[in-house]
Design a protein around this ligand. Structure first.
Ligand code: ARG
Length: 501
């Protein structure tokens, strides 16, 4: 019966005719591609369960499994079908005939099947993006090891605020990513549950062993309620929400690299591989990858917003609206995965400019807070008044175009008298020490602060975090690989069996 043309197997019963325009409009074939290999695996696992419970005869089961086993890894789905599930069944009928293929869908529905296939693809993609995130964290660790001790102006409101170090600044991004990866790890636990056996939504009288099917497909457990199993796309929304947060974190790094590589800042030079020139201005080196990552954050938020809007207020259980979420999920996953991957490479290519950085730290008044702290500690001035005194000195320095140190030397007595009624004096050596960026950093005692002495221990901790992620990834990857091999072996061993009827 191989290759025989079959009329649309889903037409002719309840619905006889449909318009091509309506078919094209409602078909998911154009974005079902990533699901197809999972749909084949699901069909195999489900059929093995039907054979075991004797819901189908061994011979029929063998023919179905033989058909599924012969399918090539990359399949071209016929665009005139409704979806990959419909296409596969149609192809089976054409290939092995209705007497065998007609049992493929016993006790299952496209509803539990698509939910299962989506979960299987998401778990693979979560592992993939986590691998990229690990590489990005490794790049950050390298940047910190190489440039960490350099001082860098820290900003609030994009105004110079207090000095910090490259290490401390990059550690903030490292921790953001550590949280993002942890969220994805937690998501994996909720995603990797099997909806199979839920059938359309009510479950089925056909003896399907839900646990067996789940195990054969590498799931860690079951989605319990059969209506929830087919109607919920919370796992898709959670994926998208996690990607949104991840992309917001990446967009901040991207924005900084755009700013820092400008001549206004001049703090870093990005690798040529991550830059482009202008078609008219030959001197230009544009940070195009950083800009694109910054923009992709907007795209991912858009995809997530679309999916959330589609999912809201749907009546239980399955509605075709759910299908419309899928392409948003794919685009968000593609954009986010590429962004993480490119960010890792781009950071590895970044060269920090020590001269520019030290000029920038010296030129600002970002140690003013420490001068106020000194007035509190050494002279008993209430902090609020110390803040006023130093504020006055800064104003004088800006007006007279001198350094804060010079202004303090000449005007501290006057300014403190005005505010506290007593003239305070700090000697020159002490003043220099208080206003020196590195020295102020060395005074920081609060855990997680910018003291360069904290870097070494933190670096050890960071490597441990990466190692932990690495082991988790390896464990999950191995488990999935084993389940794929197990499923294949179960199918092959059934195919080798002699069956009579
Ligand atoms: N193509 C559908 C989807 O992506 C599969 C489920 C269709 N179910 C149905 N009853 N029409 O969600």
């Amino acid at each position: 019966m191989g290759g025989q043309n079959v009329d649309n197997i889903l037409r002719g019963s309840r619905v006889k005719r449909s318009s091509k325009k309506a078919n094209d409009f409602t078909s998911s074939v154009s974005f079902d591609g990533p699901l197809s290999r999972h749909v084949v695996a699901i069909n195999k696992a489900h059929m093995l369960s039907l054979i075991r419970s004797r819901e189908v005869r061994a011979k029929v089961g063998k023919e179905c499994l033989g058909f599924l086993d012969r399918l090539p890894p990359h399949m071209k789905v016929d665009p005139s079908t409704e979806d990959v599930h419909h296409w596969l069944e149609q192809k089976a009928v054409a290939s092995i005939g209705m007497d065998a293929a007609g049992f493929l869908n016993l006790g299952k529905s496209r509803n539990d099947q698509v939910a299962a296939a989506l979960r299987m693809e998401i778990r693979d993609r979560v592992l993939q993006i986590l691998r990229e995130a690990k590489a990005l964290q490794t790049s950050l660790v390298r940047v910190m090891a190489r440039y960490g001790q350099l001082l860098l102006p820290g900003y609030t409101h994009l105004q110079r605020a207090q000095p910090t170090t490259v290490f401390h600044h990059m550690q903030s991004h490292f921790e953001a990513l550590a949280e993002d990866t942890e969220r994805l790890i937690q998501l994996y636990g909720r995603v990797n549950l099997s909806p199979m056996g839920a059938a359309a939504f009510a479950g089925t009288s056909v003896r399907v062993d839900r646990t067996l099917v789940a195990n054969l497909l590498g799931f860690d457990g079951l989605v319990n309620n059969s209506m929830y199993a087919v109607s919920s796309r919370s796992f898709v929304l959670e994926t998208l929400a996690d990607l949104e947060i991840l992309m917001v974190d990446l967009s901040k790094i991207a924005e900084e690299l755009v700013l820092w590589s400008s001549s206004e800042f001049g703090f870093v030079e990005l690798g040529d591989e991550y830059s482009a020139t202008s078609s008219i201005m030959p001197q230009k080196k544009n940070p195009v990858v950083a800009e694109t990552i910054r923009a992709k954050c907007g795209s991912v938020i858009g995809e997530a917003t679309a999916a959330f809007s589609i999912a809201k207020a749907l009546p239980n259980a399955y509605n075709l609206d759910l299908q419309e979420m899928t392409p948003h999920l794919w685009r968000a996953l593609d954009d986010a995965t590429q962004s993480v991957s490119l960010m890792g490479g781009m950071l590895a290519s970044a060269k920090f400019e020590p001269v520019k950085l030290s000029e920038a730290v010296k030129a600002d008044m970002s140690t003013a807070t420490e001068l106020a702290n000194e007035l509190v500690r050494a002279h008993g001035v209430p902090f609020r008044q110390a803040h006023q005194i130093v504020g006055e000195l800064v104003r004088i320095a800006v007006e007279a175009q001198v350094t804060l140190e010079a202004a303090a030397e000449d005007f501290l007595g006057e300014a403190s008298k005005k505010v506290t009624n007593r003239a305070i004096k700090i000697d020159k050596v002490r003043l220099q020490a208080v206003l020196d960026a590195l020295k102020t950093l060395m005074l920081i005692g609060s855990a997680g602060g910018a003291n360069p002495r904290f870097a070494e221990r933190q670096a050890v901790q960071n490597k441990k975090e990466i190692q932990k992620l690495s082991s988790w990834l390896e464990e999950k990857e191995n488990k999935l690989n084993e389940s794929r091999i197990h499923l294949r072996n179960e199918v092959r061993s059934h195919l080798k069996r002699e069956v009579r009827s």
